[in-house]
Ligand binder design. Structure first.
Ligand code: NDP
Length: 291
């Protein structure tokens, strides 16, 4: 089997306009949306007329983002959600069920990296894995029963990274396991993460074949990509599409403001992907922004 396939979307080229299938009744959730790409995704979806739930781990920062959007005439809902905390996920899912009952679009955007652009420390590896992989996984699982699964399709879009591509992994055994998509299981992904955290504890992570750049972050996205493929396969034909998306090097806090894209330009692509009409909607695809 070949290495991963990606579908490139170029910012400069014009994308076909999506005929409006959604309405104010269409409900979307974006995690980690008080700033950066998440904030711009909320803004774009609200501008397009969906009902959007902006979530943030910090109440003050979340409400400030809501205030800014209100200033632009956009009305969004807010709830505190720390994706690294299973209790917070439970509380959010219960509030959401009570308040909205059904969900159409989930964008798992929240993530952390503790490295500067040219640094590679794994001091916060556990937090990175808990936030970037277990966060989206547990949240998606908690919300799955609420997906509307209507004829226009429910959607999960995981914001991921090219740093999580298989070609960044040098351990041949792990690579083989992850490449074998027909047999890949969630347990195997979690075993890989435990192995990684163990090699961080042992101090052998540099020589064990893990990705060489932003190692802990890359491993978390490697796991998220693999999980996205498993979910896509599991829900194929059941009205839920699961895709994952790398925005490319984007000017946000995560990159210290460096990057070749702006957050609003890549969020425009992300929103477009989340809103593809049913006849163009695929599942299990890795979309990447090309420059
Ligand atoms: P930012 O650092 O600007 O935003 C990250 C967001 O995630 C913030 O709102 C942050 O909240 C939130 N967050 C962090 N931890 C948690 C948590 N435990 N619970 C809830 N929210 C949390 O980064 P970007 O906008 O760049 O990142 C958005 C996505 O894009 C991420 O998934 C990232 O991996 C991905 N990406 C980004 C690239 C880039 O070049 N910028 C490249 C490839 C992928 P707070 O403000 O409280 O910290």
């Amino acid at each position: 089997m070949s290495d991963e396939e990606t579908t490139t979307i170029f910012l400069a080229s014009s994308r076909p306009t999506t005929e409006r299938w959604w309405s104010k009744e269409t409900v979307a959730i974006v995690t980690g949306a008080n700033k950066g790409i998440g904030f711009e995704l909320v803004k774009r979806l609200a501008e397009l007329g969906l009902t959007v739930v902006l979530t943030a781990r910090d109440g003050g920062r979340g409400l400030e983002a809501v205030r800014v959007l209100k200033g632009e005439g956009l009305d969004v809902h807010f709830f505190c959600l720390d994706v690294s905390n299973p209790d917070s996920i439970k509380t959010f899912a219960s509030w959401f069920q009570h308040t909205f009952g059904v969900l159409d679009i989930l964008i798992n955007n929240a993530a952390v990296s503790f490295n500067g652009l040219r640094e590679n420390s794994v001091t916060h590896a556990e937090t990175v894995i808990r936030t970037n992989f277990y966060g989206p996984k547990l949240l998606t699982e908690a919300l799955f029963p609420l997906f509307r699964c209507s004829p226009v399709g429910s959607r999960v879009l995981n914001i991921s990274s090219r740093l999580g591509m298989l070609n960044k992994l040098e351990n041949p055994k792990l690579k083989e396991i992850l490449k074998d998509e027909d047999n890949l299981s969630e347990n195997q992904i979690e075993d890989m993460l435990n192995l990684f955290l163990q090699s961080v504890k042992n101090g052998t992570w540099k020589s064990d074949g893990w990705p060489q750049h932003w190692t802990d972050y890359s491993v978390s996205k490697l796991a998220l990509n693999a999980y996205s493929k498993i979910l896509a396969k599991r829900y194929k034909g059941n009205g839920i599409s699961v895709n994952y998306f790398c925005p490319g090097f984007t000017q946000t806090s995560m990159t210290g403001g460096k990057g070749i894209h702006t957050a609003d330009a890549v969020a425009d692509v992300g929103a477009w992907l989340a809103l593809l009409p049913m006849e163009k909607l695929q599942t299990g695809k890795f979309y990447v922004v090309g420059s």
